[in-house]
Design a protein around this ligand. Structure first.
Ligand code: TSB
Ligand code: ZN
Length: 580
């Protein structure tokens, strides 16, 4: 965001400063990182002496209003580099010292001061704190210093700031709208999932309705994979540490793994990925011929990742997850073809799921990051070239991101946006020359000699957790009939119709649908309203007259009354819609 193309730049940047000053007065000893304006608002990252949460925001906001009312002039000060470094060091602001190091040699180093508070800053700003009136603090999140998980996790406070009270109100309303779609809110309202502190952070419980959606998705993708020649397996969710030492996870992925468990005199870890297990399946098959390839091993594989608590988000970022995973072992001359098939499978799935807004990201390694990435420039060149040429023949638009590859190879990631505006990876397809090497995988070529296969790692639906989070938001909880956890709710008008309602439920269950009865002695109007709030696609209303006439009165979510039809006709309609 630049001052030139954002009319709110100064206002929001100044409000970020105001917040930082307030935090400084409330939490002496706070260390300041960065605090830029962003779309619709601003944030500031703090290294705080005590942890804070959403509950503390009103106090900070009140302090901000108090400081704004002091009408402090905001003044620019320039300083020579050495002086600036000494100044920030004396103030106990190590992040600022680091930031000064990033400023190009010839650039002027400037500070902005309001009252007794001062911050390293390029500016510009509004003239005085009294210009800041129409703001609101919105949330707290964890954020790594410089965005790298190798650095300390800081506390990020988000806020918004506008020129008028009307603008602010309008924005808050827009936000409220987005929040209504937030999968965490809908997940609770629609009884899809819950997270219990008693069990632990990032460890969601799938309630019956959420589990239903998940089961439908699992069956859906397993069937697509079966047709495409994948073989499904089950493998253990733990393994010996040695396995991950061999794979390279121990060297490059350890900080994402849970700590080691000692069992008798062996060491085990919860697996953060399924690949090494699938590699063992390849190895267990004895001699593999070039004619046997590709071998496609698939699993709805449960895995565990140590994600810092500040990054956990409902179902979309968790610590235990089930990935729609597969590893394709193939010859080099098969990579392109297999890769293209994976992308087509992703597109097929998205079409059925109704996803339209997504972007392809080519995720490349960062040659300067020796810790994250396997150090083998020739291997990276081969893998990245193979991926690029597959992309070329697919002829799809994509953008590139350096430093987003897996430690073992480049990826094609499919990026989507959550309702809260965060970009996330759903599907991924990755080319890997590293793991086959680590495990010494071989096949016998046409020439009778041993050769090394290449691996494609791919997840089409992502983890079931992240996929369901995304689906909830995508549909605002109103799942299409084939995915809906409860497809039909039967609403008897009076108790006298309950028995018949259960009979119809049995018939519909037999026909393969997910159906519930609401037998409570409530007004039917109230039962209808509740089923609407639960976003159930079909309601069957059952009165005395319906039973006498041998029909059910059908209501559709969002459309209302569709009239009375014999049950068989309704079943036919439903079957057609589910299979459409
Ligand atoms: C595709 N070894 C590969 C696999 O064979 C792998 O694990 N790739 S991954 O690390 O990119 O993860 C696969 C997908 O899991 C990601 O694209 C993302 O959609 C999902 N995912 C990753 N971390 C989390 C998490 N903490 N919570 C929910 N989903 C996650
Ligand atoms: Zn893998």
């Amino acid at each position: 965001m630049n001052p030139e193309d954002d009319p709110y730049y100064n206002l929001r940047h100044s409000t970020a400063h105001l917040m930082a000053q307030a935090v400084g007065e409330l939490y002496p000893g706070v260390k300041y990182a960065i605090g830029p304006p962003i779309e619709d608002g601003f944030y500031y990252d703090f290294d705080l002496p005590t942890p804070i949460g959403e509950d503390d925001l009103p106090v900070i906001e009140a302090k901000m209003r108090e400081i704004a009312a002091r009408d402090l002039g905001i003044v620019r000060k320039e300083m020579p580099r050495e002086e600036a470094i000494a100044f920030c060091t004396a103030m106990g602001q190590p992040y600022k010292v680091e930031l000064i190091g990033d400023i190009p040699e010839d650039d002027v180093i400037s500070f902005y001061q309001q009252g007794d508070w001062i911050d390293l800053c390029r500016g510009p700003h509004v003239p005085s704190t009294s210009h800041l009136k129409h703001f609101r603090l919105l949330g707290v999140a964890g954020a790594y210093w410089r965005g790298s998980e190798k650095n300390k996790m800081l506390t990020r406070i988000y806020g918004t700031s506008w020129n008028t009270e009307e603008e602010l109100e309008e924005y808050l309303q827009r936000l409220e709208e987005a929040r209504r779609r937030d999968h965490r809110v809908l997940g609770a309202d629609l009884k899809l999932f819950t997270i219990m502190e008693e069990i632990g952070k990032g460890l969601p419980i799938w309630l019956p309705r959420g589990a239903s959606v998940r089961r439908v998705l699992e069956n859906f993708i397993v069937e697509i994979e079966r047709r495409a020649g994948y073989q499904h397996v089950y493998t253990p969710t733990v393994a010996k540490v040695d396995l991950y030492e061999t794979s390279g996870h121990w060297a490059h992925y350890k900080e994402h793994m849970f700590p080691v468990m000692k069992v008798e005199n062996e060491e085990y870890v919860l697996r953060p990925m399924n690949c090494p297990h699938h590699i063992q399946i390849y190895r267990s098959q004895g001699i593999v011929s070039y004619r046997d390839l590709p071998i496609r091993i698939a699993e709805l594989g449960t895995m565990f990742r140590y994600e810092p608590s500040g990054t956990l988000t409902g179902l979309s970022r968790v610590r235990m997850m089930c990935l729609n995973d597969a590893h394709i072992f193939c010859r080099e001359d098969q990579i392109q073809d297999e890769f293209i098939k994976v992308v087509h499978m992703i597109e097929e799935a998205y079409q059925r799921l109704g996803f339209k807004e997504y972007r392809y990201r080519l995720s490349l390694h960062d040659p300067n990051d020796r810790e994250k990435y396997v150090d083998n420039p020739a291997m990276w060149a081969t893998a990245e070239n193979a991926l690029r040429s597959a992309l070329e023949s697919l002829n799809i638009p994509y953008y590139e991101a350096v430093g987003e590859a897996a430690f073992y190879g480049p990826k094609l990631d499919i990026q989507v946006k959550t309702v809260m505006g965060k970009e996330e990876t759903i599907s991924t397809s990755q080319i890997d020359y590293h793991l086959p090497n680590q495990f010494g995988l071989e096949y016998v070529g046409e020439d009778g000699k041993p050769h090394r296969p290449v691996m494609i790692h791919r997840g089409v639906l992502s983890t079931m957790e992240r996929m369901v989070a995304f689906l909830i938001e995508n549909y605002a909880g109103a799942f299409p009939v084939w995915l809906a956890p409860v497809q039909v709710m039967i609403l008897p008008i009076a108790d006298a119709q309950n028995e018949k309602a259960y009979e119809i439920q049995r018939q519909l269950l037999e026909a393969g649908f997910r159906v519930e009865v609401d037998p409570r002695s409530e007004r039917v109007g109230k039962k209808i309203a509740e089923a609407e709030t639960q976003k159930i696609p079909y309601m069957l209303i059952l009165g005395k007259r319906d039973i006498a006439n041998g029909v059910v009165s059908v209501r559709k979510r969002g459309e209302g009354d569709l009239g009375a039809v014999p049950l068989e006709e309704f079943i036919e309609r439903l079957t057609q819609e589910v299979n459409a």
